[in-house]
Design a protein around this ligand. Structure first.
Ligand SMILES: NC(=O)c1ccc[n+]([C@@H]2O[C@H](COP(=O)([O-])OP(=O)(O)OC[C@H]3O[C@@H](n4cnc5c(N)ncnc54)[C@H](O)[C@@H]3O)[C@@H](O)[C@H]2O)c1
Length: 328
């Protein structure tokens, strides 16, 4: 007789990471999906639910009784940073509702998507022990959720994995899925979009040396880490916090130069424009801990692969007339 599949609940399943993760884990687990917006019709085991509604959250989680909740749902678009209440509701309140349901129905495990944004600006690689200094409402609510999860895990006796994601990018194939952020503000999709549309990229910096530096992780490698975290929770039954990035960073200027050389035959145009207020200058991940504990390593986070898959995804969206909107 076959082993019964474990039940995994993914919140934020209509978002970039949630949708890709659903495809990545599809055959292995009995998946349940929650989001306040519907991505497509007749999605199996999809529940349209706003996690700020505490009564409904309790009712649905009581019905599903998952082995693990992968909590990705959040207000994460930095374009709405002035609407503070949206971050408080969709991040702090929604996460607290999920934790209350875990308490009531003895759900033993949660995986939470935090962000590299919580760290203070530093020229060094950040480890999980580096100083935190969340500068905007998004990262403040993420850090507050982390603290709530850690405190409640002791009171309610569940295990957690907190992942601090760096810049997640690119796309999966078979089936095709990638970012559909509205509007898209990540730099890699913007570079590819400007190239396909023959438009000029804005580089938010005074000059070459000043351009912000980031650590990019391919969505495939991220999904693989999340999959390994499921096994870790089910077998080791322990909590942990992991950075998840590629262990190297690149400046926006060098990104453009790389794309120009490898894909655009130097036809990609760009111009410098005023730096954005409050933007971290450098963010680079130390991924030593996650490599050790989850026996994970990145396979697809080389820049050439990242750009190739993003290019294919955007061409696919154009072909299928999938609506995309970019910040500029
Ligand atoms: N994409 C990245 O580079 C990145 C980096 C760091 C952290 N993260 C975190 O990873 C998670 C997923 O990121 P993403 O890029 O897929 O974001 P996304 O915006 O594409 O997806 C988030 C999803 O959550 C849903 N959601 C928001 N509030 C909800 C609520 N109250 N009830 C139900 N659903 C709700 C949205 O409808 C959306 O579909 C987020 O928590 C984000 O903060 C992402």
């Amino acid at each position: 007789m076959k082993n019964k599949k474990r039940k995994i609940l993914i919140t934020g399943s209509s978002g970039f990471i949630g949708n890709c993760l659903k495809n990545f884990l599809d055959k292995k687990y009995e998946l349940y999906l929650i989001d306040k917006k519907k991505l497509k019709k007749n999605e199996k085991n999809f529940i349209l639910l706003n996690l700020t509604n505490s009564k409904k959250v309790l009712r649905i989680i009581n019905i599903i009784r998952p082995d693990i909740i992968i909590h990705l749902a959040a207000q994460s678009n930095l374009e709405e940073i002035k609407k503070k209440n949206k971050y408080i509701q969709n991040n702090i309140i929604a996460t607290n509702n999920v934790l209350q349901a875990m308490k009531l129905y003895n759900i033993n495990n949660i995986i939470f998507s935090s962000s590299a944004n919580i760290y203070s600006d530093t020229k060094k690689k950040v480890t999980e022990k580096s100083n935190v200094d969340p500068k905007n409402i998004y990262s403040q609510t993420k850090l507050s959720c982390e603290k709530n999860i850690i405190n409640k895990s002791k009171l309610f006796k569940f295990n957690y994995i907190i992942f601090r994601f760096f810049n997640v990018c690119s796309a999966l194939k078979r089936p095709y899925c990638g970012s559909l952020h509205l509007p898209e503000s990540s730099f890699i999709p913007i570079i590819v979009n400007k190239f396909l549309k023959n438009k000029t990229i804005k580089l938010y910096s005074k000059g070459i040396k000043d351009s912000p530096t980031r650590d990019y992780i391919h969505i495939f490698d991220l999904c693989n880490a999340l999959s390994k975290a499921i096994n870790y929770l089910l077998t080791k039954k322990k909590s942990n916090i992991f950075n998840i990035g590629s262990n190297k960073s690149i400046s926006s200027f060098d990104l453009i130069s790389f794309f120009n050389e490898k894909f655009a035959k130097n036809k990609l145009k760009f111009k410098f424009t005023k730096s954005r207020k409050g933007e971290i200058k450098k963010s680079e991940c130390s991924n030593i801990k996650v490599k050790k504990f989850l026996e994970w390593k990145p396979h697809k986070s080389e820049l050439e692969k990242i750009f190739k898959d993003e290019l294919d995804w955007q061409k696919y969206c154009i072909n299928k007339k999938i609506f995309r909107k970019f910040v500029y």
